[in-house]
Design a protein around this ligand. Structure first.
Ligand code: BES
Ligand code: ZN
Ligand code: ZN
Length: 475
């Protein structure tokens, strides 16, 4: 990705395209007919005079404006201008000083597009955002610079993980993901350890090994540590499912839209992003990110229905469907987090079930926790970041769905309440540690992008969690 020059100023320099924001109901700017523009959120009208293009972007009604409004409007403006070849853009935020962070974030998120491979670049007329100017009033300059810089870190990291996320299964195997994590962490105050098959075997990670066995691309466990807090404080553990491709294994999936299962690694990508951005933001916290990664393939050596697996802490799983693989690799990683790091809380992200998509669609991710403080913190962080979540239950009773006659649990239960039953399955490995499971199956990627984004990986969960961490997550 090309580097962006970000300027916080009181007036434009050079001749950028200018974005101004328009509150619905205000008097229309001269030259804009009411029939063409009403100021609805993300609606746009482009004015050209000889020296400059000005894009007016609606933000809707004044009393409905919140951080995500400016994130979306700024993003929609930038996306529009890039499509007409813009490369230098100025956002006029003089009347929206409290939303500098979200607007910068929206602009940078909107500037990302997956490049693809082997396409004729000369046919690409879409501009690349080279310079972004943020216009504020003189007395806002200092605060604006801090907010813009943090937003730049967060959005740039989100784009990095979206770019990893959009790589197909043949280009992003567990070993390649581990190499990317090492490379990205090396330039930061992070330490990374990677378990290969031998290490996984030695340390009893029976779940990650079983799921990875059907593939010639062997599994990995990636562990990233960040120590920005008080030395003796227990870390917060972040666990993310990174199945680089999910065919379903022996319980193979139907063919339709199976390509989308390249995004079955997005929980792990979110965790990677949280660690990278936390280091860049220098958050005063201790964090440990655990990313179990495997490719779920059928093959002569693949794990099979009926198999019994022993996980990292000795609990056993009766496999009844090899397509319910995410929970198996998560079991190992959650147990390892609990046993090795004694964390104050475990936050876990996974594209775990089709069931949560049936329940919530693509607007909100499912959040499962019995800790009400954590629940409220993430509901608030969702509103602030636009990465919306909704609380679904994880009552003990849901575990009855995965009771096994011959193992600690079985890996599938009844279809009814599938997302809740799956949540109760993974929670088993957290034992008494406060735990939040995010089922991001409906939000990790988009095929119907909103006005400020492109289709593909969204990075969902990363900005949400950074917001909650920055607000001082209370456990
Ligand atoms: N990765 C899938 C879940 C998924 C489905 C994510 C659709 C995003 C969109 C997961 O590994 C899976 O296959 N889950 C099964 C579980 C079932 C076999 C109990 C599912 O939800 O159908
Ligand atoms: Zn699956
Ligand atoms: Zn999966």
């Amino acid at each position: 990705m090309p580097t962006l020059k970000l300027d916080i100023r009181t007036s434009t320099v050079g001749s950028p395209d200018l974005v101004t924001f328009f509150i619905k109901g205000s008097p229309l700017p001269t030259g804009v007919p009411a029939s063409e523009f009403d100021g609805a959120l993300c609606s746009t009208v482009l004015l050209r005079d000889k020296s400059q293009r000005t894009l007016i972007v609606g933000v809707g009604e004044k009393d409905k404006i919140e951080p995500d409004t400016l994130r979306r409007a700024a993003g929609a403006g930038v996306k529009h201008l890039l499509k007409v070849g813009g490369t230098e853009i100025a956002l006029d935020l003089t009347e929206f000083a409290e939303y500098i962070g979200p607007a910068v974030e929206g602009a940078i998120l909107a500037s990302y597009k997956f490049e693809g491979f082997g396409k004729d670049a000369s046919k690409n007329t879409r501009g690349v955002l080279a310079r972004l100017q943020i216009l504020v009033k003189e007395h806002e300059l200092i605060r604006a610079r801090v907010q813009a810089r943090d937003a730049e870190i967060i959005a740039t990291t989100a784009n990095t993980i979206r770019d990893i996320g959009n790589l197909p299964g043949n280009m992003l195997t567990p070993a390649i993901l581990a190499a990317r994590a090492l490379e990205l962490a090396n330039s930061r105050a992070l330490t990374v350890k990677v378990w290969n098959e031998r290490h996984l075997e030695r340390d009893g990670f029976g779940g990650i090994l079983a799921v990875g066995k059907g593939s010639v691309n062997p599994p990995r466990l990636i562990v990233i540590e960040y120590r920005g807090g008080v030395k003796r404080d227990a870390p917060i553990a972040l666990v993310g499912k990174a199945v680089t491709f999910d065919t379903g294994g022996i319980s193979i999936k139907p063919g339709a839209a199976m390509d989308e299962m390249k995004w079955d690694k997005m929980g792990g990508c979110a965790v990677l992003g949280i660690l990278l951005a936390s280091a860049d933001l220098k958050l005063p916290l201790n964090l440990v990110g655990l990313i179990p990664s495997a490719e779920n393939m059928p093959g002569p050596d693949a794990y099979r229905p009926g198999d019994i697996i022993t996980t990292r802490d000795g609990k056993t799983i009766e496999v009844l469907n090899t397509d319910a693989e995410g929970r198996i690799i998560l079991a190992d990683a959650i147990a390892h987090a609990r046993l090795t790091y004694k964390p104050s809380v475990i936050l876990e992200y996974s594209t775990l079930t089709g069931s949560v998509v049936m329940a919530l669609g693509h607007r909100r991710a499912g959040m499962f926790t019995s800790d009400l403080k954590l629940r409220d913190a993430f509901l608030a962080a969702g509103k602030a970041t636009g990465e919306l979540v909704w609380a679904l239950p994880v009552d003990e009773e849901y575990k009855e769905g995965v009771q096994s006659e011959i193992a600690t649990v079985k890996n599938i239960g009844p279809r009814e309440g599938g997302a809740c039953i799956s949540a109760s399955f993974v929670k088993t490995w957290a034992e008494e540690t406060p735990f939040v499971h995010f089922d991001i199956a409906g939000t990790a990627w988009t095929t119907k992008p909103p006005a400020h984004l492109e289709g593909g990986a969204t990075g969902f969960g990363m900005r949400l969690t950074l917001q909650a961490l920055r607000a001082g997550l209370q456990v």
